[in-house]
Design a protein around this ligand. Sequence first.
Ligand SMILES: C[S@@+](CC[C@H](N)C(=O)[O-])C[C@H]1O[C@@H](n2cnc3c(N)ncnc32)[C@H](O)[C@@H]1O
Length: 219
Amino acid sequence: MCPCCSGSENVNDLDNFFDERYQFRAAEKYPKRGLDPKSQALIDWVVPKLDGAQTMMEVGCGGGMVHQDLLRNQKISHAIGIDVSSAGIKAATQNAEKFGLTEQIDYYQVDFAQNAEQFEPADFVVMDRVICCYPHLDLLLGQAAQKASKYLAISFPVENVFSKLAIWGFTRCLKLIGQTYHPYLHGHAAIQKTAEQAGMRLVHRDRRTIWTMMVFERS
Ligand SMILES: C[S@@+](CC[C@H](N)C(=O)[O-])C[C@H]1O[C@@H](n2cnc3c(N)ncnc32)[C@H](O)[C@@H]1O
């Protein structure tokens, strides 16, 4: 465990930054408009391979849209939703109740990177726009990949000069308004290598606007 995170319940101020306003806005959009196109693209490669029996773990689930959509479409049998943001878990729980899915989902408000050992593996692990929020790629993605017994789908910002500039500018603006949250642009080669070191093989790659998606299968 790295010294900067060890013992901290709120690494990178995630529990404050991803607050009720952020999480409920996303969660309330889903029942009206369905899954957003970027999240849909993230799971599109895996969905035809699911027959309703598989389990899923969504790390950094926020309002829970991805796993709830798969449950509602009977593509998976059970989901675990994990988020360090209390507002995320609250918003996800509210939608789960609305859709009658509470029996099929277990929610946990924890920092997955520091508590991964408490979770059993799942067939399908998803992290949609999550690794760019966390300083330690190996701890977060490495452990998530180890929990994926069949598939791992992740999305993160594209890596080019514009995204580097945008993240630098966004971080400066956040600092100016007194926020301590910091976004991270982890290198794509390092992302792929981290998943591969956990025994996964890259099987699909896609891009939507500023987001890159990688899907891995257990070798
Ligand atoms: C940009 S939001 C995305 C939420 C959701 N996946 C979506 O696409 O709408 C990132 C989420 O990841 C969560 N998160 C980041 N690092 C985490 C960690 N180590 N453990 C649990 N949750 C984490 C944050 O709290 C936040 O809710």
